[in-house]
Design a protein around this ligand. Structure first.
Ligand code: SF4
Length: 407
């Protein structure tokens, strides 16, 4: 091994230890919180076990399919015999590893961290990938990952997301894309996704959706602190959905409501474990998050469908519609539903905290557009821009505390 390779190997080893330390530190802190309950342990253990597709496969005994973003119908993937594994990382150490001089300075930190974990572990490459073309960073992710592994990835499928949502042409384009995904899955597995298989998977995710909805209701009543809600939602892709659903249902009776004060809605760039900096600062400043629309949390998937559709075609069409209409991603150009969805819940909070990861252009732009209609409704608005770093914590806390006093 030459000196350069030796240095690289050492760097990877050190980063691997740092990533593991970050995870262990956060999980230990969670276990030590006064509001920790035994019902949360299942979700903590999922995150402790490793956020990797090979770990999911071993745990659930089924092959995993790598996925980013929330637009690909999970039911289709499940009906093909796969477990969808959503790739994410909130690790600062992985972000530092992913951020070499070859990437632009303002690359999305979440995807830099994904590149970092990809460099640390090769279990991501040897399985199918489905990538919805949401933001420009996602579109460039395969190029980023091929910098480190030119063989990435053997089975790869783009799911082209129309930037327009409304109108027949957009709906038809999207439906064709979803049928394209179905074809890819059938070709990859040799399994025909017929109506019966699809109906069974729709039922599985329907039960998961019901559990998530009940959890959301408990959160609105102040019974689920934001940090715990995130732990539960972030771990959704780390086990078979049936097990996750059972664990949420088992937890629900133990969740008791609390008096809510300084209630806020949390919107913007996703928050992924172990980067819980902002949610923890909100807690420290005495703010209660009673709702969010993050694709890593409240919008982790868009909801169940009625399985009564009479034919296979109809069922795929209903699923496509559900994922398309239900998606509030700011990468859509015609997305008035998003502001309506936030304001529709306005009686339940006094302000909106908008989280922007540096380099996350879709949410950055959206923060400018949402502030005016939100404040016009008499609600307070706070935009917090941050990166995968702990250094800005004190400054952010000062701003959050000042915001809390205005509520
Ligand atoms: S939407 Fe934002 S957080 Fe998500 S991948 Fe794109 S830039 Fe990153």
């Amino acid at each position: 091994m030459n000196a350069q390779n030796q240095r690289e190997t050492e760097r990877l080893q050190k980063t691997g230890v740092r990533v593991q330390n970050e995870i262990s530190r956060e999980l230990e802190a969670l276990r030590g919180r006064p509001d920790h309950m035994p019902g949360y342990d299942y979700f903590i253990d999922l995150l402790a076990g490793g956020i990797r597709p090979d770990v999911l496969e071993k745990r659930a005994g089924k092959p995993a399919l790598n996925l980013l973003c929330v637009q690909a119908p999970l039911e289709l993937i499940h009906a093909a015999g796969f477990l969808p594994f959503k790739i994410f990382s909130g690790s600062y150490a992985a972000d530092a590893l992913g951020a070499d001089g070859r990437l632009p300075a303002l690359t999305c930190p979440m995807l830099r961290a994904v590149r970092g974990i990809f460099r640390l572990n090769d279990s991501f490459s040897g399985r199918p990938w489905v990538l919805p073309t949401t933001c420009d960073w996602i579109v460039n992710l395969p190029r980023m990952l091929r910098m480190d592994n030119p063989q990435f990835a053997k089975w790869f499928h783009w799911l082209e997301l129309p930037h327009l949502k409304d109108g027949d042409a957009a709906r038809e384009r999207w439906l064709a894309e979803v049928f394209g995904l179905k074809k890819f899955l059938e070709k990859t597995t040799g399994v025909k996704i017929d109506r019966k298989r699809l109906a069974a998977s729709v039922a599985v995710y329907g039960r998961a959706w019901e559990a998530l909805t009940r959890l959301e209701e408990r959160r609105r009543a102040g019974a689920v602190p934001f940090v715990w809600f995130l732990i539960i939602a972030n771990s959704f892709f780390l086990d078979a959905p049936e097990q996750w659903t059972n664990a949420v249902n088992a937890l629900l009776p133990a969740l008791r409501g609390n008096e809510n004060k300084n209630r806020v809605f949390f919107a913007g760039s996703p928050v992924f474990f172990p980067n819980f900096k902002i949610p923890l600062l909100l807690e420290e400043a005495g703010l209660t998050v009673t709702g969010d629309d993050l694709c890593s949390s409240g919008r982790v998937f868009p909801g169940g469908i009625n399985a009564e559709a009479s034919s296979e075609y109809e069922m795929v069409a209903v699923l496509a519609g559900r994922y398309h209409e239900g998606c509030l991603c700011p990468t859509f150009a015609d997305n008035d539903r998003r502001i309506n969805s936030i304001l529709g819940d306005a009686g339940n909070f006094e302000g909106v905290v908008f989280h922007v990861l540096k380099g996350c252009h879709p949410y950055d732009m959206e923060s400018c557009l949402l502030e005016e209609p939100i404040t016009r409704r008499g609600l307070k608005f706070l935009r917090l821009e941050t990166d995968y770093t702990a250094e800005d914590g004190r400054n952010l806390l000062t701003r959050i505390e000042a915001f809390g006093q205005t509520l």
